[in-house]
Design a protein around this ligand. Structure first.
Ligand SMILES: Nc1nc2c(c(=O)[nH]1)N[C@H]1C(S)=C(S)[C@@H](COP(=O)(O)OP(=O)(O)OC[C@H]3O[C@@H](n4cnc5c(=O)[nH]c(N)nc54)[C@H](O)[C@@H]3O)O[C@H]1N2
Ligand SMILES: Nc1nc2c(c(=O)[nH]1)N[C@H]1C(S)=C(S)[C@@H](COP(=O)(O)OP(=O)(O)OC[C@H]3O[C@@H](n4cnc5c(=O)[nH]c(N)nc54)[C@H](O)[C@@H]3O)O[C@H]1N2
Ligand code: SF4
Ligand SMILES: [Mo]
Length: 748
């Protein structure tokens, strides 16, 4: 058995932090994993999950050949040439019969892989596809809509240096999401000069460390956040200098907040008024405040309003463009397009940042409407499991004329596809993510492959290139000068590239393909997939010339070379705090606070809202909590978990009494959409009336013995497509009315 003793730098792919790791291999097994101290963001940090990555790499459910569905629903293996030519032909038929805009694209990258999706655009544009979606459209689009109007960018807190850190519906101890999260949380908790404010109905591990735990009743954050902002206005705690210099529209906001009855709103959200006032005063008194909003409000009622209200907290107090505050960071590649709001062709749902809400995708298919979606490509996503109302999603996907899935494993979605294309794993190809969200230092890592592709699989850049070639849209004569230039070096390539693209706009439409096909072959072994990064490096250097130079890169080519040369990652921008102001995209470089719809919504809070629960469904189920052993749908083999094997339903002692259940018992959970059986875990972290199931469970796995298992509850068997935010269409997964019935008591 070959033993390779050296350590290979790569990254963890289980959450958006993508901590740098070094791995040791024995044959094709990842035998040892450590944090990579040379990684510029994570600096050696990992959480408990990184050690389990071999369960992703070596999984009996890995795909090893393209599959084609037979009429009886079973699959046959076919070779790549057949798969590519048939798929290209069938998409062409859909385009010719119904128009290329009926070809929908879902996914494009998960927690660890965005490089493959970066190549999809060439094929999609060539076929005429227009509409797309991914998981961001079931969490972040409400926030994006608010961000676009406030300052036209995405903000991140600098928790490492913040005097006060605020976490709203966010449990970073478990879900991480910023560099070295547990280290930073512990530092804050230990330092008497710093404070943590947590808004969460659950006493989470993060809330345990907090100075202020605002334990709202589920779904009432809008009142809590409005009350906090109102205290800032009513007690004269705003940063007047900042508002005068950097903000427009503050007067309208102040007028609305002046009318808020703080005591009544405190009652409404179930938080003590003095605690709310204390938290607001702490925010106002701090030299620096950073805020993180996440799924607890983004997937709950009033989600877009809550995104707006929480941003008022740091804007009214001037926590921007200073150390330890909120920042408009640079980006290496856009995670989403900055475009305005459009509407979907069938249901007229809002398209924010170019993304159709995940929840409406089934209804864009299951209709006689002439504009309906006819065909779909799913890349690196498992919507049949991760999108609301799985039964509805399954019927919709089954109704398509053509469904093609690109994945590493046989997923719930792949099982509905006409063709399944097996991708090389994230350790078998050049890979990267565009979760580059930090400020003042922003980092990017091009991961080198640590293994050859599993036989039968291909990296996505190659899959997309073959599909583009099969469409017959490329003229070799156009590419020839670029191939010659690439062999002469980056300077020659740069000149040839700009000449070719300005002379021939058709090349611009298939840009990622052009880069892959001409520059790719000249890159170091295994890195042809990095070709698109050359284009992104040029754009980055043009967008932030000073910050890129400060980070040590003279221009786009220098940045690209640094990326190729530093397998543990590079810092690509180094900003000064004042740069935040220049990153506001409004012409006057001011934050535009006045969003009329949101002010009207804030005013309407005074009238209260009737609860979404009922006598039939008296409990609020949060369907999809992040825990120590959950990682979306990335790890399908349940043996990766050291604890919580069944993904227990967490329930308060009071509710357990009512249901007559004890820890370890089975309960039936019923919602308007479905029903499932879960194992109970009584936890005094839960408040009465609130129950929680973890995410990432209920995915099936065929073990080495050929037996299929799917422990736990698939959360979206219980959620509903219509249950969503009216502005962004984001789902209310955290707030599903439910009831419980005892099934069988645990044997003692
Ligand atoms: N371990 C682990 N980490 C992950 C992931 C994973 O699968 N596992 N997934 C990654 C992904 S894709 C994402 S998007 C992030 C998500 O990260 P988080 O948003 O932190 O994750 P959740 O646990 O889903 O939800 C956060 C909190 O919302 C609270 N909550 C529920 N209802 C309400 C409410 O009405 N109001 C408020 N204020 N809070 C409420 C829950 O109690 C929970 O503590 O995590 C990332 N990190
Ligand atoms: N009820 C409920 N539903 C939820 C949530 C919730 O909290 N509750 N959370 C939502 C959130 S925040 C998110 S982010 C989504 C996530 O849901 P999805 O968008 O479905 O993403 P992942 O679960 O990350 O699944 C990624 C897929 O990529 C595949 N994959 C892994 N590596 C590669 C690769 O290199 N190439 C290719 N082609 N495929 C690869 C995996 O096998 C897996 O099938 O779920 C959402 N759904
Ligand atoms: S799961 Fe996230 S925080 Fe944990 S090691 Fe992986 S990337 Fe880092
Ligand atoms: Mo997510």
């Amino acid at each position: 058995m070959a033993v390779q003793s050296d350590w290979h730098p790569t990254a963890c792919i289980l959450c958006e932090c993508n901590c740098g790791i070094v791995v040791a291999l024995q044959d094709r097994t990842i035998t040892k994993i450590r944090g990579d101290k040379a990684h510029p963001a994570s600096q050696g940090y990992t959480c408990n999950k990184a050690l389990r990555l071999d369960h992703y790499q070596n999984n009996p459910n890995r795909l090893t050949a393209p599959l084609r569905r037979r009429d009886d629903g079973s699959y046959e293996e076919i070779d790549w040439e057949t798969a590519i030519s048939e798929i290209a032909e069938r998409f062409t038929t859909v385009r010719d019969q119904h128009g290329g805009d009926k070809v929908f694209y879902y996914g494009g990258g998960g927690q660890g892989n965005h490089l493959g999706g970066a190549y999809s655009g060439a094929f999609l544009k060539a076929i005429g596809s227009r509409y797309r979606s991914n998981a961001l459209a079931q969490e972040k689009t409400g926030e994006f809509w608010i961000d676009a109007q406030l300052y036209g960018g995405h903000t991140r807190g600098e928790f490492e240096h913040a005097e006060v850190s605020v976490f709203i519906g966010k449990n970073p101890w478990m879900s991480q999401s910023f560099p070295r999260a547990r280290v930073v949380l512990n530092e804050i908790a230990k330092d008497p000069a710093r404070s943590m404010i947590v808004i969460d109905p659950v006493r989470t591990d993060t809330a345990e460390l907090a100075d202020f735990h605002l334990r709202v009743r589920p779904g009432t954050d809008a009142w809590c956040l409005a009350a906090l902002a109102a205290v800032l206005v009513q007690e004269d705690l705003c940063d007047e200098e900042f508002l005068a210099a950097r903000v427009t529209g503050a007067a309208g906001v102040r007028a609305v907040l002046a009318d808020v009855d703080v005591a009544a709103y405190a009652t409404r959200c179930g938080v003590d008024e003095t605690l709310i006032r204390g938290a607001a005063r702490r925010i106002a008194a701090a030299a620096s405040v950073s805020v993180f909003e996440d799924l607890g409000i983004q997937q709950a009622p009033n989600s877009t309003l809550c995104s707006y209200l929480n941003k008022l907290l740091w804007i009214l107090t001037g926590n921007f463009a200073k150390r330890g505050t909120q920042h408009l960071h640079s980006s290496f590649a856009p995670l989403f397009s900055a475009g305005g709001v459009g509407r979907t062709p069938v249901t007229g749902a809002p398209i924010i940042s170019g993304l159709v809400p995940s929840n409406v995708v089934p209804d864009e298919i299951l209709t006689d409407h002439p504009e309906r979606i006819r065909a779909m490509i799913v890349e690196s996503s498992n919507p049949a499991h991760s999108v609301a109302d799985s039964a509805h999603v399954r019927s919709a996907l089954a109704a398509l004329d053509l469904l093609v899935v690109i994945d590493v494993a046989m997923t719930e979605t792949a099982r509905l596809a006409h063709y399944v294309l097996p991708a090389a794993s994230q350790f078998e190809k050049a890979e990267a993510t565009f979760f580059n969200l930090e400020f003042p230092h922003n980092t990017f890592q091009l991961r080198r492959p640590v293994l050859d592709p599993l036989p039968g699989t291909l990296p996505e850049p190659e899959i997309w290139a073959r599909l583009v070639r099969a469409l017959g849209v490329v003229d070799e004569a156009d590419l020839h000068p670029l191939r010659v230039a690439a062999r002469a070096g980056l300077e020659a390539y740069t000149a040839a590239f700009f000449t070719a693209v300005s002379a021939n706009p058709a090349l611009g439409r298939i840009l990622p393909f052009v880069l892959y096909d001409t520059l790719g072959p000249t890159l170091p072994a295994g890195l042809s997939g990095a070709a698109a990064l050359w284009g992104l490096a040029q754009k980055t250097a043009m967008a932030y010339p000073e910050a890129v130079r400060r980070a040590g890169h003279a221009d786009g080519n220098a940045l690209f070379l640094a990326i190729l040369d530093h397998p543990s990652g590079v810092t690509f921008t180094e900003h000064e705090y004042v740069d935040d102001v220049a990153l506001i995209s409004h012409a006057d470089r001011r934050i535009a606070l006045d969003i009329p719809e949101m002010l009207a919504e804030t005013r309407a809070l005074a009238a209260g809202r009737s609860p979404l629960t009922s006598t039939e469904f008296p409990l609020v189920l949060s369907a999809g909590e992040r825990r120590a052993y959950t990682a979306n749908d990335i790890l399908r083999d349940p043996s990766w978990r050291k604890r919580d094997q069944d993904g227990a339903l967490r329930i308060s002692p009071e509710d357990a009494d009512v249901a007559g259940v004890a820890t370890g018992d089975l309960v039936r959970i019923t919602t308007a959409s479905g029903s499932a059986v879960a194992t109970v875990e009584i936890s005094d972290a839960m408040q009465c009336g609130h129950i929680a199931l973890p995410n990432g469970f209920g995915v099936d796995h065929i073990g080495a013995d050929g037996r299929a298992v799917a422990p736990g509850v698939a959360p979206n068997e219980l959620t509903a497509s219509q249950w969503r935010d009216e502005y962004a269409g984001t789902p209310w997964h955290k707030h599903v009315p439910a009831r419980l019935e005892r099934v069988v008591a645990a044997s003692s």
